[in-house]
Design a protein around this ligand. Sequence first.
Ligand code: 5AD
Length: 486
Amino acid sequence: MELKNKKLSIEAFLAEREQILQAWPTGSDSGLDLATAIEYLKQVPESKNFALKLIKAKQTRVTMIQPRAGVPVLDEHIKLLQYLEKCGADFLPSTVDSYTRQNRYLEAEKGIKESELLGRALLNGFPVVNHGVPGCKKVLESVNVPLQARHGTPDARLLSEIIHASGWTSNEGGGISYNIPYAKSVPLEISIRHWQYCDRLVGYYEEHGISINREPFGPLTGTLVPPSLCITVAIIEALLAAEQGVKNITVGYGMGGNIIQDVASVQSLQTLTELYLHKYGYNEVFVSTVFHQWMGGFPEDESKAMGLIAMSATVAALSKATKMITKTSHESIGIPTMEANGSGIKASKYIVTMLKDQELVESSKLNEERIQIEKEVNSLMHSVFEAGKGDLAQGAVKAFEQGLLDIPFAPSKYNLGKVLPARDNEGNIRILEFGNLGFSDEIKEYHRKKIAERAAFEGRPISFQLTVDDVYSVSMGQLIGRPNQK
Ligand code: 5AD
């Protein structure tokens, strides 16, 4: 059947559901019966409902804090989350391991057993499918704040069934954002279709009076992604989700490094997502934003890493993002210890609390940046709809095929990979090589001019070397990869 941006019929959804649940023994859990799941979700207290807590949080304009965290053994995972809650996490995650992300549940099972035996984590996250509904319910019942699955799964249908039936009221991901940056050879039409199912499941729960939040993964590859590309993908995924009946969406953005560009991006992410939702008739969707602390390479030195975390938190607070995902001073090493994770939360929370009554003041530069982002997003969205002859799902597939949308540094072979970013002379992320991006000549001219200013300042030619230097610069202590700087 051809992929279309059209709400799955209840019959098609339920037929697909039956197939999915047969694929794994936990599928026969009585907890996965939809009536049982609805009953369970209805008794989850409001304070543990992700969607409702976000609505309240947005009203207060205080940026909420959420870490990443996940270990394979159930009791250890619960201890970890309880500790992070004590450190001040407003929302809790369960970061899912890489085997589960690739639907390799037998290997995940082995990882759990070996981790139990050796007394240390041999998987890089919490394998939700293997723990099934009973395990996931136990996690929810052991904490006092809302829970979300954070992963990177192109086919998250079974995972989504399990977490929602367990009372987890948010799911991160999307057909583009959990494919292009995460997988090498999953066709985009397949991952988009699978995420339509995940969204339809949320739509089903919404039809039964249960609010569930969905969060497209904003930062994509996390490395020098020009804001308009992130925002366009977020808008596409928000529209696809809304069509399936999702009513509460958090769109995300990863810190770039220039404060004005970052604040303009978060503001535009909020307003443009709402604008496009209204334009296509989705008038009952609540939109919030999430700011990701620096997603690129981190300094090895833990004090410097904490400095970068503090800077990220400052920008998030000034942008008034609804929520922020924290990093830790162990970022350059690997999965953080519980204590390091807690420190990231405490430092970040301290900063957003200090800055709760302040925001970045309006300026002509902030306005210029917002206008530029809007022009670029409109140009990209136009090209996507055109490529799909009016259908957004088709448009997304075709746009990536043709390079009209093209994410820098992505591993997927379904991404053209011709775009090269570089910073301008003030550290804003601009575009050096456009490949076939759906941009007008006027937009391209703006980027060329900005990068030329930097190259002239540094007295060197405009080349790929700018990109290379910028990829490494932050971990080495500079925002802009200037030559001859230590
Ligand atoms: N626990 C904590 N953080 C994790 N990350 C990935 N898996 C885990 C986990 N199990 C973090 C990485 C990186 C980000 C993408 O996710 O450290 O910061």
